[in-house]
Design a protein around this ligand. Structure first.
Ligand code: GLA
Ligand code: GLA
Length: 685
């Protein structure tokens, strides 16, 4: 039976509601007004100091904490909390001027000038030292401050530096990985190709458009190194925080599916996962389709720490100024999209930003307090109303969900798919494909975890691994054991092709014994242009009870069965009649192979039948209209079901025989619920 996770910080067992707050940009009179407005907005937490280094240390070694002291005190006096940031996301100009080594070097080996943010060298000893000093001072000063609720380390770590220090660190990383044996590296990277064999470690350079950028093994190891080096930088940052504030949770804000850092790996280092969410509502032609993608990312964030609630560290209260178009959130969407995060496991709703800056590139970004300066705005009212809603959700804090279904979405596999030369250039679409396999579950309100290759599969009943091109060490064995002991596996074309170094498996795909698990041999893969299609014709009397003909596009595996049953065949081209969908019984489990990229209707029908066959439990036993989903959080006893309508028009849902309580109104609910356009109801069972 499930139990609850503890609150993010047990000192405040309620939803955190607030945002990035930059008092360092404003006069003190405004601070007083901010406190008044914060209460009116039902906000209780502000993220401070994120980019305030030049205010904290205006000259090298001369610190001024007086302004931050005042802000921390004012927050505490107003019974609010600070998510206190370390300021390494942007540095003072004097630091770059005096120590140019902190400036990042681009892949072309060009050193940046001072400017912008998020662009420091990950290796520079000076930068690490300076960050260490300011972080220690912050921890010393505020370790017992009543406002301190959590640490926000740096901001959205991203990117790489190609300076000599970083290249030296990369070579040391490689020497360690390959046990000082250059032959091992040459073999792993297949350097005999184009005479790339290295005869000395010093010849190895980070990938560059003016140097080596096609060696997949080099690229993959570089990406792994960047993740490790970013984590190493983070570890250096948190030394004083851990030492001086052992009870205060530490996080750093992630960016959804940002490809540059292997987040599941980084997540092991933080106490609580947090992420920044900026969907382009109302601009894609379908808000519910966009909602599917956002739900996928929320689930991914929840899954990284085994279901532990995460923080929605940033979201916009209205518009996002850096997206292609800055469309206002339509009425209802603020509440809905904020509660969407909660529904999938967030214990906070936080914004960028509290007060709209007067100048600079973010002056037209949405904020709780607009340039007009008062509380009588639509956006302010939306935020204040959401704050009231969150106050009613205390019982949801720490609750989670334990899905029976997992989708494997792996960063390293993504790097490998995106870097290889093959298939087609334009539509490899690995993340999109994983989301397409997720969508049928979202539509039916069946909960799903989004996990990496190294996650434990054993608690799931259905494991879906689309385009699992690269098999990291041990993964095939764990998949095999999963199926053998009764699990159901779904795999697709372009799976089990290469090992961790992008070296192809010899002896037939999918490699590493998955051929036996799936009962097939994948001989060749056909990539076709976007305007061409094939047909998938379902075989009569198949165990899923599917029927009909579906369209397939992009990729086609030419498969021979080796024990698997054929559930569908291709309809066109020279491989008409070859298997398009197979099922193999292996051990106590079953393994499906989808040989092509199939249309949405196929995925809907296939997973609907499979869910029925496996008797997967939905969050709400009800038929959900298109665009409506039901997500659940539970402590094992109470169930909180978030029914969300991402359509602009009203919808209604016929309920099962249970009697629910509407958590927001306290009313008893049975038989049927109505939802406004962009409406959400939270039902307690
Ligand atoms: C050219 C080159 C070959 C090989 C092929 C691949 O012809 O000479 O070495 O790269 O392209 O199509
Ligand atoms: C990111 C950053 C913030 C701000 C917002 C604007 O999430 O972390 O500092 O720039 O984007 O959307």
């Amino acid at each position: 039976m499930l139990s609850k996770f503890p609150p993010i910080n047990p000192r405040f067992p309620h939803f955190l509601h607030g945002g990035d707050y930059n008092p360092d940009q404003w006069h003190q009179d405004i601070w007083v007004e901010d406190m008044r407005l914060m209460k009116l907005a039902n906000c209780n937490t502000m993220s401070v100091n994120i980019f305030a280094w030049s205010r904290l240390e205006p000259e090298e070694g001369k610190f001024d904490f007086s302004w931050l002291d005042q802000i921390m005190d004012m927050l505490a006096e107003n019974k609010a909390y600070a998510v206190l940031a370390t300021p390494s996301g942007a540095r003072p100009a004097w630091l770059s001027q005096k120590y140019p080594e902190v400036l990042r070097v681009r892949p072309e080996r060009l050193r940046n000038l001072h400017g912008q943010r998020h662009n420091h060298c990950l290796t520079s000893p000076i930068y690490r030292e300076k960050v260490g000093i300011v972080n220690r001072k912050l921890a010393e000063r505020y370790k017992n401050h009543p406002a301190l609720i959590a640490w926000h380390v740096s901001n959205e770590y991203n990117g790489a530096c190609h300076c000599d220090l970083c290249n030296a660190a990369f070579r040391s990383w490689l020497r360690k990985k390959y046990q000082d044996d250059l032959d091992k590296l040459n073999h792993a990277w297949w350097t005999a190709f184009w005479s790339h064999t290295y005869s000395s470690w010093d010849q190895i350079e980070s990938p560059s458009p003016v140097g080596e950028n096609l060696l997949h093994g080099l690229y993959l190891d570089w990406m792994r190194f960047i993740t490790d080096q970013t984590i190493d930088f983070y570890r250096n940052e948190i030394v004083p925080l851990r030492e001086l504030t052992p009870g205060v949770p530490i996080t750093t804000n992630f960016m959804g599916l940002f490809p540059g850092i292997n987040y599941p790996r980084f997540a092991r280092e933080v106490d609580v996962v947090s992420w920044d969410n900026y969907p382009v509502w109302h601009t894609t032609g379908s808000d519910w389709r966009l909602a599917v993608k956002i739900s996928f990312v929320h689930d991914q964030n929840r899954s990284m720490k085994g279901g532990k609630p995460f923080m929605l560290m940033e979201s916009t209260p209205s518009i996002t100024n850096w997206q292609p178009v800055a469309k206002l959130k339509r009425p209802g969407m603020h509440r809905l999209s904020s509660l969407q995060a909660v529904a999938h496991g967030s214990d906070t709703v936080q914004y960028f930003q509290w007060r709209k800056s007067r100048g600079g590139p973010e002056k037209f970004h949405g904020a709780v307090v607009d340039h007009v300066g008062h509380e009588h705005t639509r956006v302010f009212r939306d935020v204040a109303e959401l704050g009231k809603v969150l106050q009613k959700l205390d019982p949801v804090i720490g609750t989670t969900v334990k899905p029976e279904v997992a989708i494997l979405f792996d960063w390293e596999n993504r790097w490998a798919i995106e870097h290889m030369q093959g298939l087609s250039k334009e539509n490899r679409n690995y993340p999109e494909t994983c989301i397409a396999h997720y969508q049928p579950f979202w539509k039916r309100g069946i909960p799903v975890d989004i996990i990496a290759e190294d996650a434990d599969f054993s608690s799931y009943r259905l494991l879906i691994a689309p385009m699992l091109y690269m098999l990291l060490p041990g993964v095939a064995d764990r998949i095999r054991n999963f199926v053998k002991s009764g699990g159901t596996l779904v795999m697709t074309y372009w799976s089990g092709i290469v090992d961790q170094n992008d070296l192809c498996f010899l002896g037939g795909w999918p490699g590493e014994g998955l051929r036996e698990v799936l009962g097939i041999w994948d001989e060749e893969t056909d990539s076709i242009p976007p305007d061409e299609h094939n047909r998938v014709i379902i075989e009569p009397r198949n165990p899923l009870g599917m029927k009909g003909v579906y369209e397939a596009s992009d990729y086609f595996a030419l498969v021979h069965t080796e024990g698997a049953e054929v559930l569908a065949k291709f309809g066109n081209d020279f491989y008409a009649g070859m298997p398009a969908l197979t099922l193999n019984y292996f051990g106590r489990g079953q393994a499906y192979y989808m040989a092509s990229r199939n249309e949405e209707n196929f995925l809907d029908d296939f997973y609907c039948r499979l869910a029925a066959r496996l008797q997967l439990k939905p969050n709400l036993a009800a038929d959900l209209p298109l665009g409506v989903t039901a997500q659940m959080r539970t402590d094992g006893n109470n169930r909180f079901i978030f029914v969300m309508n991402f359509n602009p028009s009203p919808a209604s849902v016929i309920l099962d025989n249970n009697i629910y309580v509407d958590l927001l109104t306290g009313d008893l609910v049975k038989n049927k619920i109505s939802l406004e356009g962009y409406g959400v109801r939270i039902l307690k069972l």
